[in-house]
Design a protein around this ligand. Structure first.
Ligand code: IMP
Ligand code: MG
Length: 181
């Protein structure tokens, strides 16, 4: 399989599209079982979660709604750990069963901050579903309720995840080659 060059870095195929989609199937089944009759409101975290959100939604047959929120926290290949605010988010979530959709949970700083901001708006419940999870990097106590795939501390792109804006359109997950020849 060919490697991909994004800006200054080289990435190699890591998890196939089929494998990722099979993991999304499983998460969709978990969510269907948990949220039947609850009409969940999914909140996708932009930009990265758009692909996971689309794949997940296609697999759900229960009544559900989706909206998106934008935050800024990540530059280059290491997390800055700072989240500003929920940009332009005017949705009423009071009394709703909210499921936050993330592309990846790394240190957990971003998701924990988003959860704090959402909880101020008094949803009935909030859970988290993430396409990818890096347990070795995770520093928080909050449970990530639905995880499609757990991965080691690799920097990855594809299926919505980027390196400085590039790579979101790649099928499957690609990982950074640390010392390319
Ligand atoms: P955290 O706040 O450290 O959990 O980082 C969460 C955010 O950092 C994610 O929503 C991604 O946008 C970004 N991020 C973390 N790890 C990666 C990665 O391996 N590739 C691309 N983006 C990442
Ligand atoms: Mg993100």
């Amino acid at each position: 399989m060919p490697t991909v060059r994004l800006h200054d870095l080289e990435f190699e195929p890591y998890i196939s599209e089929a494998e990722v989609l099979a993991a999304v199937d499983r998460v969709a089944a978990e969510i269907e079982a948990h949220y039947a009759d609850k009409r969940p409101l999914f909140i996708g975290v932009l930009n990265g979660a758009f692909a996971f959100a689309a794949e997940l939604m296609k697999r759900l047959t229960i009544d559900c709604e989706i909206t998106f929120v934008k935050v800024a926290s990540y530059h280059g290949t290491s997390s800055t750990g700072t989240v500003t605010d929920l940009i332009g988010f005017n949705e009423r979530i009071e009394g709703r069963h909210v499921v936050v959709l993330e592309d990846i949970v790394d240190t957990g700083n971003t998701i924990v901050h988003i959860l704090e901001l959402l909880k101020e708006r008094h949803p009935a419940s909030v859970r988290v579903a993430s396409l990818l999870f890096k347990p070795e990097a995770y520093k928080k106590d909050v449970t990530i309720d639905h995880v499609a795939l757990s991965i080691p501390n690799y920097f990855v792109v594809g299926m919505g995840l980027d390196h400085d804006g590039l790579g979101r359109n790649l099928r499957g997950i690609h990982r950074l080659i640390q010392n390319p020849q």
